[in-house]
Design a protein. Structure first.
Ligand SMILES: [Cu+2]
Length: 250
């Protein structure tokens, strides 16, 4: 019985590790869990996620298997009562120190990723202001003068275009209530809070069309607060800006 449980635990552990590795490497078409990762920092976040998943998955299987083994092996049987043990200091030290070391390693690793994603942003090549309101995303580009709130600003509603391979600084604001700017492919979800300007940065690695969702229940129309994101080449982005400006001026 003991051997069967141990073999089962080993098989589940191997399967968990293989599944996590497969998910991490899967091509976008066959990805069955996380969406594509399309920024320079997204793969780091994913690696951290899978690392935590594998470690906690293995710990879960080992703990549950041990529990099962002890339940079966030391149970009460006819003519024999259940085994009672008061504890074992060595074992207790091991199961306290080992998880503590693992948590410390994970904390340090998370801190490194967090500092890169949410620390001081790198010098941006483009700045965009996104103001959330019930129930739309107002997008503003500074225009040729590089200054916001001047005559040549380019504004759109729910249409965010960004150039690929450029560092973009997003200034996130809200007009009314708390909203949350969520692009799963960026691995980014950031609250837009009234009265605050929150800065987040991304550098996209892939062109394509994606969706912006509001991830904070912000009112009756929350379900339809949806934006469209286009990541395109610098040339296509500049052409789109020029065209939008021309349309705006007519
Ligand atoms: Cu919202």
């Amino acid at each position: 019985m003991l051997t069967v449980v141990l073999r089962l635990a080993a098989a589940v552990t191997v399967w968990l590790a293989a599944a996590a590795a497969a998910w991490a490497d899967a091509t976008p078409g066959v990805r069955i869990w996380l969406p594509e990762a399309i920024t320079t920092t997204a793969p780091e976040i994913d690696r951290l996620f899978y690392c935590v998943l594998v470690i906690t998955g293995i710990a879960f299987v080992l703990v549950e298997a041990t529990l099962l083994v002890f339940l079966i092996r030391y149970r009460a049987r006819p003519g024999r009562s259940a085994t009672y043990t008061h504890g074992n200091s060595l074992v207790e030290i091991i199961w306290t120190v080992l998880p503590a070391c693992l948590l410390l390693v994970l904390a340090l690793r998370s801190q490194r990723v967090w500092a890169r994603v949410r620390g001081t942003p790198p010098t941006p090549q483009l700045e965009v202001e996104i103001t959330a309101e019930q129930f739309a995303w107002n997008i503003r580009y500074a225009g040729a003068d590089g200054t916001f709130n001047t005559a040549d600003d380019i504004t759109t509603v729910n249409q965010l275009h960004l150039p690929v391979q450029k560092t973009v600084l997003i200034r996130l604001k809200s007009k009314d209530v708390i909203h949350s700017f969520f692009v799963p492919q960026f691995r980014m979800k950031q609250d837009a809070v009234p009265g605050l300007t929150t800065h987040v940065w991304i550098s996209a690695t892939k062109t394509g069309h994606y969706e912006i969702a509001c991830a904070e229940l912000c009112g009756l129309g929350h379900y339809r607060m949806r934006g469209y994101l286009t990541i395109e080449t610098s040339e296509a982005f500049q052409a789109w800006l020029a065209q939008t400006l021309a349309e705006q001026q007519t």
